[in-house]
Design a protein around this ligand. Structure first.
Ligand SMILES: [Zn+2]
Length: 266
């Protein structure tokens, strides 16, 4: 019994040593899964969502969201995803969006009432794609594997990429882990995705200052009655805005350097 434990501990440490990576903001990460495994899970989750949810059939709405998403994904390194990103507008009043490994983006029509212009929509899509660029899904799954909570891999990837349906799956992980480990981890991911998203939107020709307006609108739309999930895993709006402001100068420099100015019409 003792031997077995030692052997698996050694195996685990070898796994960790060989799987160390650095996130785009310079943070150490442990990534145990391959990119193709993640892409496959992203594919699978997205296919499921397209079957379950109503898809918007409004051409103007679809081309508006595609216009913004395409401008953003044009600036995502091909090392993250080498192919044509798939963008789907879900006809649903939730104020939300997500991106998945394997080049998938979903936007809910409810978000279009809160993101007032193309810049604000770009801030959300940039943030979601930022989670994918920084491999947050892989990191969360890897962490769960290492702390041995026996969680479901698909639930982890859905949650890390903010697919709303993942709530029940995430709940199955257990409150102790949620509060003790997953919660601070999520806040780190949120801040990192905010910074990556800010740079990405600026490079893509969207005004990064509008990201602050977006989060103010989000806060106003939630009317002080924020859903539990948002309350527990997302930074306080002011913390988020402070973080964006701290990175605004370099984002504005990128914005001024790019000649491209998307004109996406809603
Ligand atoms: Zn996020």
């Amino acid at each position: 019994m003792k031997m077995k434990f030692t052997a698996s501990a050694v195996a685990a440490s070898i796994l960790v040593l060989t799987a160390c990576a650095t996130s785009p903001t310079g943070r150490n990460q442990v990534l145990l899964y391959s990119e193709s495994q993640l892409a496959q899970m992203g594919d699978q989750a997205f296919t499921g969502m397209k079957e379950e949810l109503k898809i918007s059939n409004k051409p103007v709405q679809n081309s508006y969201v595609e216009c913004v998403a395409n401008a953003i994904t044009a600036n995502v390194p091909v090392s993250v995803f080498d192919g044509q990103w798939e963008v789907v507008v879900f006809d649903d009043e939730q104020v939300n969006a997500f991106a998945l490994p394997g080049g998938k983006i979903g936007v809910y029509t409810g978000l279009l009432n809160v993101a007032e212009n193309q810049h604000q929509l770009a801030a959300v899509i940039g943030h979601e794609v930022g989670h994918v660029i920084a491999e947050h899904g892989n990191e969360r799954m890897s962490q769960s594997t290492l702390i041995n909570v026996g969680t479901q891999a698909v639930g982890q990837i859905l949650s890390a990429n903010e697919v709303p349906q993942s709530g029940p799956i995430m709940a199955a992980i257990g409150l102790g882990v949620q509060v003790g480990v997953q919660l601070p981890f999520s806040r780190t991911h949120e801040s990192e995705a905010d910074v990556i998203g800010l740079q990405l939107m600026a490079k893509s020709g969207f005004d990064p200052r509008q990201s602050v307006n977006l989060w103010q609108n989000m806060e106003a739309a939630s009317g002080g009655d924020r859903p539990m999930e948002l309350l527990s895993t997302h930074p306080a709006p002011q913390t988020r805005i402070d973080n964006l402001q701290a990175n605004m100068q370099s984002a504005l420099a990128d914005y001024q350097l790019t000649a491209h100015r998307p004109k996406c019409q809603d």
